[in-house]
Write a protein that binds this ligand. Structure first.
Ligand SMILES: Cc1cc2nc3c(=O)[nH]c(=O)nc-3n(C[C@H](O)[C@H](O)[C@H](O)COP(=O)(O)OP(=O)(O)OC[C@H]3O[C@@H](n4cnc5c(N)ncnc54)[C@H](O)[C@@H]3O)c2cc1C
Length: 394
């Protein structure tokens, strides 16, 4: 079996992996980024919505912006509307073209000096003396041992790198969103608004969404709680019912299925010689199921910490804990509050949901568009229901 040696091997070329690879390569490390699929960014398993906060981490490029978003409209089971926007600001977010976005991020990693290989699948971690020392992969029918000072598990929701390394990455069904989505055209959509629909009939323990992609097309999807999914009540069944009601004449251009981890971060995101980023670390906002932003934030921190640890020749869990401390400081609290909110809202009956949404009905104008500002406003307007959350966020 052929051996190769790098400073860092990053498994998975989604946003988390590419940003980690770029950041580490920028700091002079010898980085290999591997992806099992033949094309980075494909298949797209995402509704592609992201808040404007992304501008703090990535330079916006018109090639991968599909739609400017001016606000979000949430509909309750009785049709109550909550329209979220930002004071004095036009654009609050974007619907991306992820097939391009993911490629551009990988391209940036390559430009920074990282080697990028597709059709290369990790199937085992190499451990020696209590340290992760690399991964074994299959590439073009060939078996390779890729040795590295640090392995990064950026292998998404199905992540196995952490588990192979001995970390408990169990994702209970109750904390998983099961999703089905159509890319639809020939439909009438609100051109610059993302729409979310709540209700046990529409999407039990989840929601349905319409994220516009141009004037007459959109990602139309449904995510339901994993614990309530099963024949004949799968996400696809709810999606078909939603589409029949909303867009009976619309055309379906693509159909995707996927899962989203809503558990909040796993307990350990580092081990000796190993870091987990993005969905692999369960860095996903449990209220919305959005994880693009956290994947990029976490990847930036991970690449920086890895560079320092490699230079210091200290790849111990203790040294790599700097990554865990920094991501917890940057977005840990927002995920914690999001998880508590999700656990309250997901278990509401339709009658309770209607009551819950009442204080927000109409326009909800935030001072800034961030998950933190949104959660603060939620608590401010509904202190009774969300009292326990206030202590965590304030
Ligand atoms: C239906 C749906 C809708 C969503 N909508 C949104 C949204 O609107 N906004 C938002 O912010 N988030 C959304 N998300 C979540 C978002 O897609 C993820 O949080 C984000 O992609 C996480 O990035 P990542 O790099 O961690 O993982 P991924 O983007 O999943 O990338 C992981 C990569 O690792 C590769 N890989 C896996 N195993 C191996 C292996 N053994 N060897 C080599 N490569 C491997 C995979 O092929 C994949 O390319 C949605 C998810 C779903 C399923």
């Amino acid at each position: 079996m052929k051996d190769e040696t790098y400073d860092v091997v990053v498994v998975g070329a989604g946003p988390a992996g590419s940003v980690t690879a770029k950041t580490a390569a920028d700091r002079g490390l010898d980085v290999l980024l591997i992806e099992r699929n033949p094309e980075i960014g494909v298949p797209v398993k995402c509704a592609e919505g992201v808040s404007k906060e992304i501008e703090q981490f990535v330079e916006i490029d018109s090639r991968w912006i599909c739609t400017d978003i001016l606000g979000m409209i949430t509909y309750g089971p009785d049709g109550t509307q909550v329209r979220l926007s930002v004071e004095g600001s036009e654009v609050v977010g974007y619907v991306l073209e992820r097939r391009l976005f993911d490629k551009v991020l990988a391209q940036e990693a390559a430009r920074a000096g990282a080697e990028v290989r597709v059709k290369t699948q990790a199937h085992r971690v190499i451990k020696e003396g209590g340290y992760v020392k690399g991964v074994q992969v299959t590439a073009g029918g060939e078996e390779l041992c890729l040795y590295a000072d640090v392995v990064v598990g950026a292998d998404g929701v199905e992540s196995r790198i952490g588990r192979w390394a001995g970390i408990d990455t169990t994702l209970p069904l109750v904390d998983t969103y099961i999703c089905a989505q159509f890319l639809m055209c020939d439909i009438e959509v609100k051109r610059n608004y993302c729409e979310m629909f709540l209700g046990q009939e529409i999407a039990p323990k989840g929601y349905a969404w319409i994220f516009p992609k141009g004037t007459d097309s959109a990602n139309v999807g449904v995510g339901i709680g994993g614990d309530v999914s099963g024949e004949p009540y799968r996400a696809l069944d709810y999606l078909k019912a939603f589409v029949n009601a909303k867009f009976p004449d619309g055309k379906i251009l693509a159909e995707i299925y996927g899962a989203v981890p809503l558990s909040g971060p796993i307990y350990d995101t580092v081990a000796n010689g190993l870091i987990l980023v993005g969905d692999a670390a369960r860095h996903v906002q449990p209220i919305t199921g959005g994880g693009i932003l956290e994947a990029i934030q976490g990847g930036t921190i991970a690449g920086d910490v890895i560079a320092k640890a490699v230079r210091e020749k200290n790849l111990s869990k203790r040294r790599l804990m700097e990554y865990e401390k920094r991501w917890r400081r940057e977005f840990g609290k927002v995920l914690e509050v999001g998880l508590k909110t999700k656990n309250i809202v997901a278990n509401m009956s339709d009658a309770e949901l209607i009551k819950f949404l009442r204080p927000y009905a109409g326009d909800m104008i935030l001072k800034e568009y961030s998950e933190r500002a949104f959660l603060k406003e939620l608590i401010k307007r509904n202190p009774k229901i969300l009292f326990s959350l206030a202590r965590v966020i304030f």
